[in-house]
Design a protein around this ligand. Structure first.
Ligand code: PL4
Length: 400
């Protein structure tokens, strides 16, 4: 008989979001009359806007013509790679440093194969679960040790440090996962903070995987939208990003990673060359239809639609945060990100999750699901129809 992969056995529990879905199903079965509203998983709800949608439709039509047909394109359409470099990075990267993916999460999983078992990992705590669970899956982290996984350095982001971690905790020669605007806290790192992160990474021989999946929600012009706004980042940081939230592509599946050629392993070999190898070996590229939609999203009309859609969700976020603060609940986020991080001091976050579900029939995400420092916090997602968000806010008015 074949034995089970020990890395899978090392995972402490099921994946966070299916667990929440399970609890929602159980509550719904016990209370069939309840009209449950989800402010839990960060899943887009609004239709894809017309110009971007037309790009998708035209992309599909082209595939039905001799002239427009296209097949495999492992690393992505050159035109889209060029457009991403010019729209987001002022043309700083050549097309062979920009890799099109089927989403940021998928690339985060694949990127871990670059470094493999034995790599030291540092993550913001709390953080998007894929950084930690993916590290366990590739064997870069060991089993659960009561308060965290062996081999992972948790960098607490708390009210005390204004949700930016103590960089002295980062081990030498480690892989650092960093997300800004942050999921789940909604905090956005300032330019000075990111400069200190890059400095620490360079000094300690680390590589950063910078997750910028929510960058299009940043409205404060002084906040950096990409790690590459920081000098030196192209020597030490890989950036992953996505069309999921800004263009409503959660179900379409399209993202990208920037792997600059300047990033080297300790022996001087090229990380970019290995990433191209992985793209060609265990990935066969994103859908050509999705890429046509991505191209439409990045022209002038598409960018206006991205602004309109992200403005809509930020409008939801403002309503949710105001409703919580009216209850005397301290919150951060929601101004430059679609997540609100609400503090329930001294409480267990799964217990608060249950209270909100039972009292308000609103699904949220318990902070503890994102890491030990998420305990006693609840994440509210701003992805929802406006009428549902308004109704949820009305119900949250009787929470406390
Ligand atoms: C639920 C920081 C959501 N089933 O859509 P992608 O793959 O381009 O991007 C996923 C992603 C990447 N980086 C960050 C993210 O927050 C997300 C999406 N996170 C959430 O509620 O936290 C959706 C989660 C989905 C999942 O497991 O990813």
């Amino acid at each position: 008989m074949i034995t089970r992969n020990q890395n899978i056995a090392n995972l402490k529990a099921g994946y966070l979001f299916p667990e929440i879905a399970k609890r929602r199903r159980e509550f719904a079965a016990a209370h069939p009359e309840a009209k449950i509203i989800s402010l839990g998983v960060g899943n887009t709800t609004e239709p894809i806007l017309p110009h971007i949608n037309k790009g998708l439709v035209e992309g599909a039509k082209k595939l039905g013509t001799v002239k427009g047909y296209s097949g495999y394109q492992d690393e992505g359409m050159a035109q889209l790679r060029e457009k991403i470099s010019s729209v987001f990075y002022k043309g700083k990267f050549s097309i062979d440093e920009v890799f099109i993916s089927d989403g940021a999460k998928c690339d985060i999983g694949r990127l871990q194969t670059l470094f493999g078992a034995g790599t030291k990992i540092a993550v913001q705590d709390p953080s998007y679960p894929v950084y930690v669970d993916g590290s366990v899956l590739v064997g870069a982290a060991g089993g659960w040790e009561g308060a965290g996984y062996a081999g992972i350095t948790y960098l607490p982001c708390t009210t005390e440090n204004n949700f930016f971690p103590n960089l002295d905790l980062i081990p030498q020669n480690s892989l650092i996962y960093f997300c800004s605007p942050n999921n789940p806290t909604g905090a956005v790192s300032t330019r000075d903070q990111l400069a200190s992160l890059v400095k620490a990474a360079v000094e300690k021989g680390c590589i950063i995987i910078f997750d910028a999946a929510y960058s299009e929600f940043i409205r404060n012009p002084s906040l950096p939208k990409t790690i590459y706004e920081i000098d030196g980042a192209a020597q030490c940081a890989i950036e992953v990003n996505s069309f999921s939230k800004p263009a409503g592509f959660t179900g379409v599946r399209l993202g990208w990673s920037v792997v600059p050629k300047a990033i080297k392993y300790s022996n001087g070999e090229s990380v970019n060359a290995d990433w191209a190898r992985i793209a060609g070996t265990i990935f066969n590229g994103a859908s050509n239809i999705a890429q046509a939609g991505g191209l439409a999203a990045l022209d002038d009309n598409g960018l206006k639609e991205i602004r309109k859609l992200t403005d809509f969700y930020l409008g939801n976020a403002k309503l949710i945060r105001a409703a919580l603060e009216k209850q005397g609940i301290n919150c951060i986020g929601g101004d430059n990100s679609p997540y609100i991080w609400a503090h329930f001091p001294g409480r267990d976050s799964w217990e608060v999750f249950s209270q909100i579900l039972e009292k308000c029939h609103v699904v949220t995400t318990p902070g503890a699901g994102f890491g030990p420092a998420g305990q006693s916090f609840i994440r509210f997602s701003a992805f929802g129809h406006r009428a549902d968000v308004e109704e949820a806010c009305r119900r949250l008015g009787s929470l406390m």
